[in-house]
Design a protein around this ligand. Structure first.
Ligand SMILES: Nc1ccn([C@@H]2O[C@H](COP(=O)(O)OP(=O)(O)OP(=O)(O)O)[C@@H](O)[C@H]2O)c(=O)n1
Ligand SMILES: [Mg+2]
Length: 407
């Protein structure tokens, strides 16, 4: 098969391959970019594999960066773009796919392709668009099948993350996992505990944001792989609830975690924190998801939000929460929520017309916790419309609060 009309990213990279070939080596486009182009999907990275050793690659180009030279990867800089070029290799023991523990450089394309994870990821493409298909990846691409290259068990022992990649691709591409490959996942699922949580998380989030998440989730259940994901061992019922929802697709990482936290029936925000810490997400994500989770529970209980709930959630968490609530059948029209938020007297605490300095100058408080309490009460009063956000009104109210506090 020859692909005519290559995407621009490949066209621009053609001279790189041609330069390597002119020096007597082989070079091909490989990996997800080839797969996605054949599927008609946008590609996100151009990866090149070559028979030239790293030092040989470096000798051929003016500007290169040693991004992972001991693993065979050299980045070639060309017209502002960097191309990751990796010497054909075999390896084992991955902390990170691009940084295996032990690498052996080889000169044969076939040797390189046969240790890749799935047949659809083991395609290579020449500069002219000709696809080299040594493991029947094209037939699997056409049939929508994920099949390990060679003996599935061996591929998963080389890198247990590939089991997560299988369920992730099932969701992302809407593919089925071939029975022997699926059996090997069932048999080796426990190996996932050896994988760094951050790597597992990336695949898990891609699965949840894929075009057919329910398909990936079903595979997770069928293989029991979920039992070896952080905090998931006893979440079979939650996964089943996700599968039983009407078809869904989520737009953001924040919304996927909010949905999960909600369906896990977690008791409070501390439990959400604990879950997300175990998955090593960022603190920003934790804050966002806890706020959104609170909004989801208000929408569920009362179908609407108070001004103070709108205010403390903030625009971003509100949107996340409502997306999730809509998926669960109790959300509001997004425009209505946005309008209610915009109609609040203020949207941010920095908009409060007075600050701690003003309170001190009027000798209404001393620095310390009391000052914070007064400001919080003023803020609340403004948000719920009890007082105008003007400094004279706020100072009057602050005086009243201070008086009651001092009694
Ligand atoms: N654990 C892994 C990771 C990657 N690969 C190989 O390296 C290629 C590039 O890896 P990567 O960019 O991580 O994945 P992609 O398949 O390109 O998927 P994505 O679209 O998410 O980048 C894969 O296609 C596959 O051939 C592998 O065999 N085993
Ligand atoms: Mg890729």
């Amino acid at each position: 098969m020859i692909l005519t009309q290559l995407p621009t990213a490949f066209q621009q990279a053609r001279p790189i391959i041609e330069t390597i070939e002119a020096a007597g080596y082989e070079a091909y486009f490989v990996g997800g970019g080839v797969r996605d182009t054949i599927l008609g999907k946008p590609l996100h990275d151009v990866d090149i594999a070559t028979s030239a050793f790293p030092a040989e690659v470096k000798g051929l180009f003016k500007r290169t960066v040693d991004t992972g030279i001991e693993h065979g990867t050299v980045m070639i800089l060309d017209h502002g773009t960097g191309y990751e070029t990796t010497t054909f290799r075999t390896e084992s023991g991955y902390q990170d796919y691009r940084r295996p523990d032990k690498v052996t450089f080889v000169r044969s394309l076939k040797e390189d392709l046969k240790r890749r994870d799935f047949t659809i990821n083991a395609l290579a493409m020449r500069a002219n668009g000709e696809v080299i298909d040594l493991f029947d990846g094209l037939a699997d691409l056409k049939a929508g099948v994920l099949r390990a290259v060679g003996v599935a068990e061996d591929r998963f022992h080389e890198d247990a993350l590939r089991m997560m990649r299988a369920v992730r691709f099932a969701s992302q591409l809407d593919f089925t996992i071939e029975p022997q490959t699926q059996q090997a996942i069932t048999d080796n699922a426990a190996l996932l505990t050896k994988i760094a949580v951050e790597r597992t998380r990336v695949e898990w989030e891609k699965l949840l944001m894929g075009q057919q998440p329910q398909r990936g989730l079903q595979a997770l259940l069928d293989t029991a792989l979920y039992r070896y994901m952080p905090q998931m061992a006893d979440q079979q019922a939650m996964l089943q609830r996700l599968i039983d929802l009407p078809a869904w697709q989520l737009p953001t990482i924040e919304s996927t975690w909010t949905l999960l936290a909600w369906l896990m029936d977690l008791p409070n925000q501390a439990a959400i924190r604990h879950l997300l810490k175990a998955w090593k997400t960022s603190n920003d994500l934790i804050d966002h998801v806890s706020a959104a989770w609170l909004v989801v529970s208000s929408l569920k209980q009362r179908g609407q939000l108070t001004p103070s709930e709108l205010f403390s959630a903030g625009a971003a968490a509100l949107k996340t929460a409502n997306t999730v609530a809509n998926l669960l059948g109790f959300g509001q029209p997004q425009a209505e929520l946005t309008a209610a938020y915009a109609a609040l007297p203020i949207q941010d605490k920095h908009e409060l017309a007075i600050n701690g300095g003003d309170l001190l100058r009027q000798q209404l408080t001393t620095p310390g916790p009391q000052m914070g309490q007064i400001l919080a009460q003023l803020l609340h009063a403004v948000v719920i419309g009890q007082v105008k956000n003007e400094s004279a009104d706020l100072l009057d109210l602050a005086r009243m609060i201070a008086d009651t506090k001092n009694d």
